[in-house]
Design a protein around this ligand. Sequence first.
Ligand SMILES: Cc1cc2nc3c(=O)[nH]c(=O)nc-3n(C[C@H](O)[C@H](O)[C@H](O)COP(=O)(O)OP(=O)(O)OC[C@H]3O[C@@H](n4cnc5c(N)ncnc54)[C@H](O)[C@@H]3O)c2cc1C
Ligand SMILES: NC(=O)c1ccc[n+]([C@@H]2O[C@H](COP(=O)([O-])OP(=O)(O)OC[C@H]3O[C@@H](n4cnc5c(N)ncnc54)[C@H](O)[C@@H]3O)[C@@H](O)[C@H]2O)c1
Length: 484
Amino acid sequence: MNGTSPAYDVVVLGAGPTGENLADRTRAAGLTTVIVENELLGGECSFWACEPSKALLRPVLARADARRVPGLRRAAEGPLDVPAVFEHRDAMAAHWQDADQEEWLDSVSVDLVRGHGRLNGPRQVTVDTPDGERVELTARHAVGVCTGTVTAFPDLPGLADVRPWTNRQATAARRVPDRLAVVGGGVVAVEMATAFRALGSAVTMLVRGGLLGRMEPFAGDMVTDALREAGVDVRFGRSVAAVEREGGGDGPVRVTTDDGDTLVADEILFATGRAPHTGDIGLETVGLTPGDWLPVDDSYRVPEITEGWLYAVGDVNHRALMTHQGKYQARIAGAVIGARAKGEPLDDGRWGRHAPTADSAAVPQVVFTEPEVASVGPTAREAERAGLKADVVDYDIGKIAGAVQYAEGYRGRARVIVDSERRNVVGATFVGPGVQELLYSATVAVTSEVPVDRLWHAVPAFPTISEVWLRILETYRDSDGSAG
Ligand SMILES: Cc1cc2nc3c(=O)[nH]c(=O)nc-3n(C[C@H](O)[C@H](O)[C@H](O)COP(=O)(O)OP(=O)(O)OC[C@H]3O[C@@H](n4cnc5c(N)ncnc54)[C@H](O)[C@@H]3O)c2cc1C
Ligand SMILES: NC(=O)c1ccc[n+]([C@@H]2O[C@H](COP(=O)([O-])OP(=O)(O)OC[C@H]3O[C@@H](n4cnc5c(N)ncnc54)[C@H](O)[C@@H]3O)[C@@H](O)[C@H]2O)c1
């Protein structure tokens, strides 16, 4: 497509998981839609984040499980087959090809323009295509910015010369470094430390605060213990003060931390958070600041644009940086844009179809470490800070018959937060092998606001790890004498 194209109802900038879903939903609402993408359709998640990272981690978690099952342990001894793991990873990243996605867009009647898109004044998007053409797009109803994020690096002199790894080099790695330094203590850091340790690297983590600081403290503690048992050198209270490559730029990386300590590694991964991918998308042409996050109102509109045509959805609005949450936002934003285009009223009360209630009440997340961490809703500390009168119910998952069946010496812990006045579950955290599949039950409990008294009738099968729900209810009943 070259030159000026016919006006569309909706122009979506960025075809990651969020942009693709937004385009799908606006099209489903009967609006003509075009999407602009300058790399691969599917975005960070498909090619350098969720998909390849989980493909690297799946063999690690399966091997750890197998090593705890009597009769299997000996078969699961020994190193991972690294070429086979990489081959699986390549397949899960679709070999960095997006032909299937292009076919899918076509099947849902969304037009595609490949190239770098920029806002160019109200409702206008200009795309510079790879073959040097310029395409001008006009949006009758809405422009949806879904441009995601990039790695946020600390401000360190000479960092670029060190050729630091980001999530991209880590998830698409073709070889396993002998020594890997990982900077950061968030989800990317713990997942990649877990993967590369199991693949054979000597891993050192340089962590400024704690691990998984936004989750229940016991989650970070249990993951720390497991990483250390696996041989990862986890160093807390360290920030990187300087980095350089030895041998005139081709040798290993020498890292100096703020306490004067030094460390030598073959590669260094910066897992130090994300920055908005908004530096070069023409924000200045509509009175916004390039490089800023795009905070939104509860209909995903950018409030500074008073005519109400600019929406920001997914990572770029900084609400909840996860694929499933970006897709949730896209479903809601698509329905909102559709309703507004038709002049229909919004159903935007709590849990209404046009209300992003889960963004604040029920964001689920699984951290695919060993042990896994799965959480939804506020932590105990967050509930307290929000002024919620809450009961905190803890249980040792290792005592449950299903856990004993699952693995010898199972170690795990559950915490459920109950609103003491309304008597419904508002949050839950599970740590342990195999807990990822427990999370949806907790998410349903939180979003349905099921009273705990009704949960007694949701009978978990014996002997499964889901019996943790029964034990939590018993513990809660025995602590406050409630019905059961
Ligand atoms: C290592 C890692 C692992 C992760 N694992 C998980 C996980 O297991 N589960 C999970 O839920 N989340 C995970 N995440 C987070 C997840 O990747 C993001 O939340 C998700 O990718 C956000 O989707 P998005 O569509 O908003 O943005 P992105 O996926 O970043 O997509 C943005 C798209 O916009 C395009 N774009 C940007 N600027 C322009 C422009 N000017 N013109 C045209 N196109 C443009 C980009 O090329 C890209 O395709 C992980 C993140 C990392 C870093
Ligand atoms: N399984 C999943 O759902 C999954 C997996 C990976 C990433 N993600 C999402 O992607 C996003 C990005 O993850 P992330 O781990 O990069 O970010 P994060 O914000 O979760 O963690 C960043 C970490 O880097 C540390 N840090 C920041 N600046 C630093 C500095 N200058 N020096 C030392 N440490 C510094 C922080 O203290 C923190 O520990 C998160 O929102 C995460 O939820 C999700």
